[in-house]
Design a protein around this ligand. Structure first.
Ligand SMILES: Nc1ncnc2c1ncn2[C@@H]1O[C@H](COP(=O)(O)OP(=O)(O)OP(=O)(O)O)[C@@H](O)[C@H]1O
Ligand SMILES: [Mg+2]
Length: 405
């Protein structure tokens, strides 16, 4: 095969150079011409998108008009710098194909992600539908808090990963996004919600028209899904950005506010305090950075990189271990010691047994969180703590085949 090298290549270090791909052809003609192509489920798209495999690592390539790939790459980079859940940009390339000039955006394929169509098509994933709407609301809030306007929030432009029985939403298409310097205006937030509502309802009607979803399908309030996301968004936004007026004696409320936001996964960068006009009260406002509070904590203690809700469950366990060890040794146990104990004696033995159940849609961390749920259920029934080993074994017996399917 004749390889024509692209003219303008910008790639991040640590990734393949992609130079062996058939750049002289538009992406929609790579089928049969490129050994690296992989077929994978994906959302609707206006632009050609292909997936390529380099040593078992997958990348998504999207063909766009000239210069647009560089723009989308820059936006995705700034989202990454703000720790926002979005696909990872790898590079952009300008190519001259038989059909003219084009620019190609390369992103790392988001492993173990579920496109929304799959969530609606698989009966086994039905329980996730409400979580899907919550996850979209959470994603929009995170973007807006970081000053990002999306401009095309839709189910097709979002990917979902399992997160301790719920879902975590990831932005996949930043073509229309803008990063505002400073705060995003109320007008832009409103506009994003309007676009989201129209797109989400459109995406769901689309599933109806293709027969992938039935109108009487329980658990899918099709016509009101967009509205539901808007309401969830507004509640969350209000909770996070609300200014509180406190009495100088009530400074404990500052800690309370930080704890509440951390509990919801938000990391607090600053607490802003200012006097009220009357001078006898304080205005309290928290500035949050991202929604990785437990994730960052767990990572720094154990090196594990998991989703936020999974990390929250694991951090709760580590705190329980800490309390037990402190009680047993009759002295305060540092969290790092408890985390090591948890990793070696609780997580790893259970994870080793669960390993065979891992597949392309689930992770060890997710399976472990399901075992925790199962342990809670078994312990309730038995009226005593059944322990991790028994819960793991029972989980594998009950759900092993289903999890593999
Ligand atoms: N990094 C990635 N990881 C996993 N899937 C991806 C990735 N990039 C793209 N996809 C899949 O390809 C689909 C299309 O991508 P994208 O939305 O960026 O294309 P588009 O043509 O710009 O869409 P639109 O029609 O909204 O403009 C996505 O819905 C997603 O399923
Ligand atoms: Mg798209």
């Amino acid at each position: 095969m004749v390889i024509s090298y692209p003219s303008n290549v910008s790639l991040r270090p640590g990734y393949p150079d992609f130079m062996d791909l058939p750049w002289n052809l538009p992406l929609n003609r790579w089928e049969g011409q490129c050994q690296r192509l992989e077929q994978l489920p994906r959302g609707l798209s206006r632009h050609p998108v292909v997936f390529v495999n380099y040593d078992g690592v997958l990348y998504a390539l999207k063909e766009l008009p000239v210069d647009l790939a560089a723009r989308e790459y820059d936006i995705l980079m700034s989202m990454e710098n703000n720790h926002l859940p979005a696909v990872t940009p790898v590079g952009h390339i300008q190519a001259e194909t038989a059909q003219g000039k084009a620019s190609i955006l390369i992103t790392r394929f988001l492993e173990r992600s579920l496109p929304y169509r799959l969530l609606f098509m698989s009966p086994g994933l039905k329980n996730y539908r409400e979580h899907l709407l919550d996850a979209m609301a959470g994603l929009l809030v995170q973007l807006h808090l970081a000053g990002v306007y999306w401009g095309d929030c839709s189910l097709s432009n979002t990917l979902f990963r399992r997160d301790a029985g719920t879902l975590q939403a990831y932005l996949v298409d930043a073509e229309t996004s803008e990063c505002c310097s400073g705060n995003i205006s109320a007008m832009l937030r409103f506009q994003d919600l309007e676009i989201m509502e129209e797109n989400v309802n459109g995406d769901l009607f689309d599933l109806l028209s293709t027969g992938e979803l039935a109108l009487d399908d329980p658990g899918v309030p099709i016509a009101s899904s967009g509205t539901y996301i808007r309401i969830r968004y507004q509640r969350l936004w209000e909770e996070i950005t609300r200014e509180e007026i406190i009495h100088p004696d009530e400074r404990y409320r500052i800690h309370e506010k930080v704890r509440r936001l951390n509990e919801m996964g938000f990391s607090v960068r600053d607490i802003e305090l200012s006097g009220t006009e009357s001078g006898d009260r304080l205005r309290l406002r928290a500035v949050v950075t991202d929604r990785n509070f437990h994730r960052d904590q767990l990572h720094s203690l154990t090196g594990m990189d998991v989703e936020e809700m999974q990390a929250r469950k694991m951090m709760n366990e580590i705190q329980e271990v800490r309390a037990t060890l402190s009680r047993e040794s009759n002295r305060s146990t540092p969290t790092s010691v408890a985390a090591y104990h948890w990793l070696e004696h609780i997580y790893k033995p259970s994870a080793a047994q669960l390993e065979p159940l891992v597949n392309e849609y689930t992770t060890l961390a997710e399976l472990y969180c399901q075992v925790l749920e199962h342990k809670w259920y078994l312990s309730e029934k038995a009226r005593h703590d059944v322990g991790h080993q028994m819960a793991t074994q029972d989980y594998i017996t009950c759900f092993g085949a289903a999890a593999e399917g």
